[in-house]
Design a protein around this ligand. Structure first.
Ligand SMILES: Cc1cc2nc3c(=O)[nH]c(=O)nc-3n(C[C@H](O)[C@H](O)[C@H](O)COP(=O)(O)OP(=O)(O)OC[C@H]3O[C@@H](n4cnc5c(N)ncnc54)[C@H](O)[C@@H]3O)c2cc1C
Length: 394
């Protein structure tokens, strides 16, 4: 039977990065991907320059569709919006990418370090334990088994690995639907978000321009079917979408309950959506998954070299990720819990009070405490938001 040091299940942003880092550290790496290509799952494809840096991949027209200058967040009554551009705030460059091409670049980088990728190769089941995992693989070659010393589960929100080996009782997702539309009459350098219980209860709608009149237009919601709401949202903008046709359509869940309590076991780690490592308020998970995969891949190769892949040793991954990204995720979760309790009237009023930096801090789980202290001065929002942001646990 073939034996690998590290088997990685799933070749999304987390899996491709984990593969490169583990192979770079000298491990013999196998990546199993169930689809026949990379980046098949629907995604808004918005990414920051920081994410490209952490992915170890420079800007390239190979995968960058469009560069974004401005962010606009519409209040529920659409008469107010908060808008900021790169010139106004300390915000790095932002892009809409072609995620399939981006992941291909990441996979190429991993392959150059010695990792092996197998497409159309779903991991059907996993048994055994540290130093002797057995993975049953399906697909074109028929069903076969491979052995691995260590497994990194990067198999997304419906992760077989996380469901089988980790406690996901608190794991919550929001259903999202997205169309890629063309031609759209939109501002090509601006990404737009639309809030409100009528538009997207428990979520939001987005317009992410890909350039040349093409846009990813999507919606995430709780309690009401996202597809119906998206259709209604599109009809409410005949000026933008009346002549638009669908090039692509997809639906997928986004985890919004924060990171799982534990993401390592003996000889086993999980990264990315499988571990809930998404910024809950925005649903952005590409950057955090890249960082998680990067740390997990590095820790895996070092731990294997040292001959200790017990949960204690692998918890270095959990600790490293927790320092920056774990904190951001839990702060953003706190902000989400508070904001989702607000009425549309509250959100309309808030749109007139919050500044660009406040929105960025809240959404990205950055300096949530600073925003809370600012809102403490407001007669209504002091109790409704500020106290909860400061004192409620995520
Ligand atoms: C509609 C939508 C829009 C989004 N927009 C954005 C955005 O604009 N910006 C952003 O930062 N984030 C966005 N996200 C979130 C982002 O897509 C994810 O957080 C990110 O891709 C997670 O990376 P991952 O590697 O953990 O998982 P995934 O990207 O889900 O990759 C998992 C991979 O594992 C494979 N797989 C699953 N099971 C198996 C198996 N048993 N065997 C083998 N392979 C398997 C899958 O085919 C897939 O390729 C969006 C999500 C959705 C649903």
């Amino acid at each position: 039977m073939e034996r690998f040091d590290v088997a990685i299940i799933g070749a999304g942003p987390a899996g491709c990065t984990a593969a490169r880092k583990a192979a770079l550290g000298g491990a013999r790496v196998l990546v199993l991907e169930k689809e026949d290509g990379l980046g098949k799952r629907v995604c808004g494809e918005a990414i920051s320059e920081g994410a490209l840096e952490d992915a170890g991949i420079g800007r390239s027209s190979d995968f960058i569709s469009n560069e974004i200058e401005r962010v606009r967040i519409h209040a529920p009554d659409r008469s107010k919006f908060i808008e900021f551009s790169r010139k106004d705030v300390d915000m790095g460059a932002g892009f809409i990418i072609r995620k399939d091409a981006f992941l291909e670049r990441m996979a190429e980088a991993a392959i150059k370090e010695g990792a092996e990728f197998r497409l159309r190769s779903p991991a059907l089941d996993v048994s055994g334990g540290a130093w002797d995992w057995r993975i049953r693989v399906g697909g074109d070659r028929g069903t076969y088994e491979v052995a691995a010393n260590l497994i990194i589960g990067c198999d997304g929100a419906n992760s077989m690995i996380a469901k089988k080996f980790f406690d996901r009782s608190c794991y919550m997702v929001i259903g999202c639907v997205q169309y890629t539309l063309c031609p759209c009459s939109i501002e090509e350098d601006t990404i737009e978000f639309f809030l409100g219980r009528e538009v997207a209860p428990g979520g939001y709608a987005w317009i992410f321009p890909k350039g040349g009149g093409v846009a990813n237009v999507g919606l995430g919601s709780r309690g009401k079917p996202a597809k119906e709401l998206l259709e209604r949202f599109l009809k409410s903008f005949p000026d933008k979408f009346s002549g638009s046709k669908r090039i692509k359509e997809g639906a997928a869940p986004v985890p919004i309950s924060g990171q799982l309590k534990s993401v390592v076991r003996d000889g086993l780690m999980i990264c990315g959506d499988s571990a809930g490592q998404v910024i809950p308020l925005t649903g952005a998970g590409i950057h955090s998954s890249i960082v998680a995969g990067s740390i997990a891949g590095e820790v895996a190769s070092r731990a294997l070299r040292e001959g200790d892949i017990g949960a204690g040793r692998l918890s270095e991954y959990e600790a490293e990720f927790g320092k920056v990204w774990g904190r951001r995720i839990s702060r953003s979760l706190r902000a989400l819990r508070v904001l989702e309790s607000l009425s549309d009237d509250d959100l309309n009023e808030l749109a007139g009070i919050l500044k660009a930096e406040d929105v960025l801090d809240l959404a990205n789980g950055l300096n949530v405490e600073r925003v809370a202290k600012y809102l403490l001065r407001h007669p209504v929002f002091a109790a409704k938001i500020a106290n909860k942001l400061l004192f409620q646990r995520g």
